[in-house]
Design a protein around this ligand. Structure first.
Ligand code: NAD
Length: 362
């Protein structure tokens, strides 16, 4: 699967959430492709951050805009005159959504409405919009054989998951009501999740928690070692978002929802990930069960991405083994004080290729 560099060169692209983990990787990729990039966000969500370490802000136009502020959002979008909009800004944490459901719905649902209203205000100048939701947008009863396809029921038993299901419904209504027909804006949604990669310091996430444990020498506290998740390197679904926007440019047929998940063999329990990470980091990672009471989480989550494989010619470029090796490689480089913009750009350029010195054990 190739990203069409000619398509992205000098393309006016607006990305929301460009300071976040996924947004910073995507911004860096678009910078390397020569896009004319504008970012809107409410600031870097973590310290440190990939955004700062890779000098993302210095290489694009950016606005500090809260997506709940519809006027400021519209003004910034109209000023940027984007041809493509990639909407990633969100409150993305399940546990924070339980502490602050109102903020989560405001940002994730009304924030999406505000982005789409700003796109409407641009009056057809925006040709392609990709709204990033989540693999958690499906109604999930935890069945171990469930492998969600795009037509499955939306749901979500916590405010975050439900807010992403709501964002899907918002996008669907805007598509039918305002973005239908030829020669207008085309809108698609992208459902992916459990992304891993270098440069994530988000709270309550397995890889960032493991990085913090490695840095501090403390054992990693694991909440739910048996939970099975569709893990994938962050660059895999980001390649899907880029492919989707490219296709939206030329055909209305892809204006719909798409899953971007790993192959079946990479749907693995948390304990497998932790053990592989411990191996890859030379035995420096110890872990223990976190016995504290935690909100219930679905035991099993898996996505069927065959529609994207057929319809977008997308495929997960790195398998899970490679993804974990890339995480370790990135954080080793960061600890060594390397230039993290160069390291991250190199990983983007190498997507799809295995590391030369890759550890083979499983
Ligand atoms: N990381 C994952 O595993 C994962 C899984 C599924 C879906 N997603 C989705 O991908 C997207 C990006 O996630 P991430 O992991 O990069 O999150 P992140 O927390 O690292 O980044 C969130 C971004 O949104 C911005 N933001 C937050 N609230 C805002 C507001 N009110 N106004 C403007 N900007 C705001 C932040 O400034 C930041 O740029 C989100 O939509 C998230 O729901 C992520």
């Amino acid at each position: 699967m190739e990203i069409n560099s000619q398509f992205w060169a000098q393309r006016r692209v607006l990305i929301t959430g460009h300071t976040g983990f996924k947004g910073a990787w995507l911004s860096l990729w678009l910078q390397s492709l020569g896009a004319e990039l504008t970012g809107l966000s409410s600031g870097a969500p973590t310290q440190p951050s990939l955004y700062e370490l890779a000098g993302i802000g210095a290489n694009m136009r950016e606005h500090a805009v809260d997506v709940r502020d519809s006027g400021a959002l519209r003004d910034a979008l109209l000023q940027a005159r984007p041809e493509v909009v990639l909407h990633l800004a969100a409150q993305p944490m399940v546990r924070r959504s339980l502490r602050d459901p109102v903020l989560t719905y405001e940002v994730n649902v009304m924030g999406t409405v505000n982005v789409l209203e700003a796109v409407r205000a641009a009056g057809g100048e925006v040709r392609a919009v990709v709204v990033v939701t989540s693999d958690k947008c499906y109604e999930n009863d935890g069945r171990a054989d469930a492998r969600f396809v795009e037509a499955d029921r939306l749901g979500g038993s916590d405010p975050y998951s439900s807010s992403k299901a709501c964002a899907e419904l918002v996008a669907s209504a805007y598509r039918s009501s305002f973005f239908a027909g030829e020669r207008t804006t085309r809108l698609a949604t992208a459902r992916a999740g459990n992304v891993i990669g270098g440069g994530d310091w988000g709270e309550d996430r397995l890889i960032p928690d493991a990085v913090r444990a490695l840095d501090s020498g403390e054992p990693l506290r694991v909440r739910n070692p048996h939970a099975v998740r569709p893990w994938q390197h962050v660059l895999n679904p980001l390649a899907g978002y880029l492919r989707l926007a490219e296709e939206l440019w030329s055909t209305d047929d892809v204006a719909r929802a798409w899953n971007f998940g790993p192959r079946e063999q990479d749907v693995r329990p948390v304990s497998w990930i932790v053990e592989r990470l411990a191996e890859l980091s030379g035995g420096g990672l110890r872990w223990q069960l976190d016995e504290a009471a935690h909100p219930p989480e679905a035991g099993h989550l898996s996505l069927d991405s065959s529609a994207a494989e057929m319809g977008l010619r997308w495929a997960p470029a790195w398998d899970l083994q490679e993804a974990l090796a890339r995480v370790v490689e990135w954080h080793d480089a960061q600890r060594a004080g390397d230039d993290m913009r160069a390291v991250s750009l190199r990983q983007i350029a190498q997507l799809g290729r295995p590391r030369a010195d890759r550890t083979q054990s499983r």
